[in-house]
Design a protein around this ligand. Structure first.
Ligand code: CP
Length: 305
């Protein structure tokens, strides 16, 4: 019997392959029946020290549709952190008001630290350039739903593979499913060595490119990412790479029929809006899947299913 009750989710590897698949299976049930009263009486805290649209609002939508109350803040400036309160004190205080904490923070490792000091479970909603494990679960859900399987897929990541935390987490997860990785990025934004080492440790293959056109015909999943402007210390460096990859509708002509374009969003200019009407575009459905996956996570960690 698999149980995630009280189990924090900081890195995607905190959950086993079987636990990840259990979340996806439960999410299918929530997609069929998204409004239920199973979290009535629970309080979910969403602490966002960095901007968010999808992650925060889909967590809040997920909690609300299951009958939970939501408290929290969407920017550090409206909390007592702006008066100098430490993360330790913030977490210990919020844990007195909520049954679970969902936290996004710009510092890598902050979510792990919060999970270690918190008496209630913590879900990492993104910590710097490190990890975004709930995005990974919704990406896995989207991949399984569109491809019918998670196994043996050709997965192309395009864009900012250095700072893109969603790519790091998803690579870790897909190492359990025999993926082949096609990595398209500017020279200075390649996938970090520790993530590539994980692929090697799993005896899987990765290939690096600078030209996106090379990977489009091969891919089952074309996972576009935004160049993460906020992580660059030198604005000139950002200006140099900001238009490196722009997907246009005509570029998808030689793609497999079953291929789908994913993007964690927000997009800036890396997918032209004419792609939105192509049947291969899946990124807004992907964002919707986030509600069901986050319902499955909240219900599992709070121990009601
Ligand atoms: N995908 C994602 O994390 O989007 P937000 O930054 O809007 O939450």
């Amino acid at each position: 019997m698999i149980s995630m009750k009280n189990k924090s989710l900081v890195s995607i590897d905190d959950y086993t392959r079987e636990e990840q698949l259990k979340i996806l299976d439960l999410a299918e049930g929530f997609e069929k029946k998204p409004v239920q009263d199973i979290l009535k009486g629970f309080v979910v805290a969403t602490l966002f020290f960095e901007p968010s649209t999808r992650t925060r609002l889909s967590f809040e939508s997920a909690a609300s549709r299951l009958g939970a109350q939501v408290i929290g803040f969407s920017e550090a400036s409206t909390s007592s952190v702006s008066k100098g309160e430490s993360l330790n004190d913030t977490i210990l205080t919020v844990s007195k008001y909520a049954d679970i904490i969902v936290m996004r923070h710009p510092r890598e490792g902050s979510a792990r630290y919060a999970s270690e000091v918190s008496p209630v479970p913590v879900i990492n909603a993104g910590d710097g350039a490190n990890q975004h494990p709930t995005q990974t679960l919704l990406d896995m859900y989207s991949i399984r739903k569109t491809q019918g399987t998670l196994n043996n897929l050709q997965v192309a990541f395009v864009g900012d593979l250095k700072y893109g935390r969603t790519v790091h987490s998803l690579t870790f997860a897909l190492c359990n499913f025999n993926a082949t990785f096609h990595l398209v990025s500017p020279e200075d934004l390649k996938l970090p060595s520790y993530v590539k080492q994980k692929i090697k440790d799993n005896k899987l293959e990765y290939y690096q490119y600078t030209d996106m056109n090379e990977v489009i015909p091969k891919a089952d999943i074309l996972y576009m990412t935004r160049i993460q402007k906020e992580r660059f210390s030198d604005p000139i460096e950002y200006e140099r790479v900001k238009n490196a990859y722009i997907l246009r509708n005509e570029m998808l002509q030689d793609a497999k029929n079953t291929m789908r374009v994913l993007h964690p969003l927000p997009r800036v200019n890396e997918i032209e809006t004419d792609v939105d009407h192509n049947a291969k575009a899946y990124y807004f459905d992907q964002a919707q899947n986030g509600v069901y996956v986050r319902q499955a996570l909240l219900a599992s960690i709070l121990g009601v299913i």
